[in-house]
Design a protein around this ligand. Structure first.
Ligand code: NAP
Length: 308
């Protein structure tokens, strides 16, 4: 029997225990899933960084740590974690992110906030078509690519930017420093779907914000440290950036005194862009355990050097 330790919050355990067991059973895996295995007997750990597990060194037989979160910045530097680490790539989470990003891009594109008529304000405003609104997605991984493809299907001219070169039908793909300049030039809406790593910290700063056309909008469902907050606030104050929709922050919940709360051109959402979905993530985890048991390569392995 395969021993799997569930190391996330107690609330998650309540929601996940039965669907996870069903996922293992459907995959033909004989799994003993618990929160209280003896660490040295555990074969796999299902993990979330906000749970109690911080020291992986007692898990001497563990073949892999399987993260419930897509972002791994809180665990990737843990030196006690010497076994393979897999991040969450969940079709349900991806679908949620695509819906959230498409919704907020369309909010900007259609100027929805200012287009709702009131009795004393009847001012028909015709927005441009999507084909006239260039959108750039920074990050073309599991989430960025799915969002870029959906936005392109809606008609937006989409440019994507990643670390390594890519070819994606319908998307203008850029990479590297020069590619970033090209990706930002002309982008009226920018979506950040990069991981939080040393290389991506403050990716949007005074210099990169200045490369955008005046009045651009920023949507950040990636991670808070991708943005230099002071630089964004200055760009919002000057009008270089017309508006920002921010789902993630350096400190969460966003502190009450943070200037983002009071800024008229900032929309704050409480880290809700995309949640790991129980049934689909259980299938992903079951597949990775099946692979581990069959001696096949794990899916979604984290590169510890790159940090994502
Ligand atoms: N707000 C939420 O609710 C929520 C939910 C889930 C995830 N997230 C965030 O979304 C992030 C992205 O998720 P994902 O699954 O799409 O990750 P992913 O598959 O690992 O993709 C990351 C993308 O970023 C690119 N990248 C990484 N470092 C870069 C650099 N230095 N310069 C340029 N591009 C770089 C990668 O380039 P390559 O393709 O060349 O490797 C890749 O295209 C997660 O890390 C997490 O922080 C947020």
């Amino acid at each position: 029997m395969i021993k799997v330790q569930f190391a996330a919050t107690p609330e998650r355990w309540e929601t996940y225990a039965e669907p996870m067991r069903a996922g293992f059973s459907n995959a033909g895996l004989d799994v003993d899933l618990r929160v209280d295995h003896t660490p040295d007997a555990v074969d796999y750990v299902i993990y979330a960084p906000n749970g109690p597990l911080k020291d992986f060194s007692p898990y001497t037989s563990c073949k892999a740590v399987l993260s419930l979160w897509a972002g791994v910045e809180k665990v990737v530097g843990n030196t006690s974690l010497t076994m393979p680490l897999c991040r969450m790539v969940d079709p349900g989470l991806t679908a949620g992110m695509v819906e959230w990003v498409a919704g907020h891009v369309l909010r900007y594109h259609l100027d929805i906030d200012r287009s709702i008529a009131t009795q004393d304000q009847w001012q028909p405003r015709v927005p441009p078509l999507a084909m006239e609104r260039p959108v750039t997605v920074l990050g073309l991984g599991a989430l960025g690519r799915a969002c870029a493809e959906t936005l392109a299907q809606l008609g937006f001219p989409v440019t994507g930017w990643s670390r390594s070169p890519k070819v994606i039908e319908g998307i203008t793909c850029q990479h590297g420093d020069d590619g970033l300049t090209r990706a930002l030039a002309g982008a009226e809406i920018v979506v950040l779907l990069l991981p939080d790593t040393p290389a991506t910290e403050n990716m949007l700063n005074a210099e990169t914000l200045a490369r955008l056309p005046r009045g651009a909008r920023i949507i950040n469902p990636g991670r808070g440290p991708l943005i230099d907050d002071d630089a964004l606030l200055a760009a919002l104050d000057s009008g270089q950036i017309a508006h920002a929709t921010l789902d993630v922050f350096r400190i969460e919940p966003l502190p009450a005194e943070h200037r983002y709360w009071a800024h008229p051109n900032v929309t704050v959402t409480p880290h809700i862009a995309a949640e790991t979905r129980v049934v689909t993530s259980a299938q992903v985890i079951a597949e990775n355990i099946r692979r581990g048991e069959a001696g096949e390569p794990f899916l979604h392995l984290v590169d510890r050097e790159l940090g994502y």
